[in-house]
Design a protein around this ligand. Structure first.
Ligand SMILES: NC(=O)c1ccc[n+]([C@@H]2O[C@H](COP(=O)([O-])OP(=O)(O)OC[C@H]3O[C@@H](n4cnc5c(N)ncnc54)[C@H](OP(=O)(O)O)[C@@H]3O)[C@@H](O)[C@H]2O)c1
Length: 259
């Protein structure tokens, strides 16, 4: 089986690295000399010729920015896509649009930046396909979801690492406020977050149950929780995700007009 990655940028490169663990031939494409060199250094065939890569492959992963997809469509003949499986990681372009433009069998994937370390959380739409799933398992966990949930996924799982990083930074600032060095605090906070996630996963504990286990009467945690409550932290996070979701839908509409 041969897989081509059209646009080996941040996400394309993470997928390329993952794919190397499978027994498949890979072709990577890019525009700049720098990108082509990066692909070659992985021992993978590199080319600027997208039509060549598409024609030679069984599965094509589209990993350019959505607004750059035009530049590929314009230079690739419609027949090149025939009989191929196309998996788009491009945000905002619908399966129906890509099917109309390519006539190929189209899937959508939405990984997140954790793909870079093989810890992505990837949504796939829509019809289950073992080969597609196998490819994305090389960069982390995979969930098959209906395409209409992609905007929600983008807001929660795509933007999520940034939101979590922001919360962790707030913890570190809190530690500094209490006289702890940032370096010590940061490492300890990461351990604490990791341990908390592990606990929640291991016993499938509901977050509220874990919170109540930590919250002793008249103790320290309840005092902190009272501040979280009065500052509206939960509501702020819900609104954060809702705002990202609305923006993802708006971008999708803008991109829709381009194609
Ligand atoms: N970054 C994320 O966390 C993330 C998560 C989920 C989905 N996505 C989606 O993944 C896609 C790529 O995002 P990214 O962050 O990886 O962007 P990126 O780093 O800018 O990568 C895009 C790549 O596309 C290449 N490219 C552009 N036009 C091309 C053409 N005509 N032929 C061949 N290659 C071309 C560029 O090559 P040159 O460098 O040589 O110009 C660049 O390496 C986007 O559609 C985005 O929505 C990204």
């Amino acid at each position: 089986m041969r897989v081509s990655i059209i646009g080996v940028g941040k996400i394309g490169y993470a997928i390329l690295k993952g794919l190397k663990s499978l027994n498949v031939e890979i072709i990577g494409t890019g525009r700049s000399e720098e990108t082509l060199d990066k692909i070659k250094k992985e021992g993978v065939e590199a080319t600027r010729d997208n039509e060549y890569a598409i024609k030679k492959s069984d599965i094509i992963i589209l990993a350019v920015k959505p607004q750059h997809f035009h530049s590929i469509l314009d230079k690739v003949s419609k027949t090149a896509w025939e009989g191929k499986k196309v998996v788009s990681v491009m945000a905002g372009i619908r399966i129906s649009t890509l099917t109309r433009l390519t006539n190929a069998k189209v899937y959508r994937a939405m990984p997140n930046i954790n793909a870079v370390i093989g810890k992505a959380t990837t949504a796939l739409a829509e019809e289950r396909d073992e080969e597609v799933e196998r490819i994305f398992r090389t960069i982390g966990n995979v969930y098959w979801i209906p395409e209409e949930l992609f905007d929600a996924w983008t807001a929660i799982i795509g933007s999520g690492p940034a939101f979590v990083a922001e919360i962790i930074d707030a913890f570190a600032l809190g530690a500094v406020a209490c006289g702890m060095s940032r370096e010590l605090a940061y490492q300890a906070i990461l351990d604490m977050v990791e341990g908390t996630v592990y606990t929640l996963r291991k016993d499938k504990t509901h977050p509220v149950l874990l919170r109540d286990q930590v919250t002793t009467p008249a103790g320290t945690t309840i005092r902190g929780l009272m501040v979280m409550e009065s500052e509206g932290i939960k509501s702020a996070i819900i609104k954060t995700i809702e705002a990202a979701y609305q923006r993802s839908m708006a971008i999708g509409k803008e991109i829709d007009k381009m194609y």
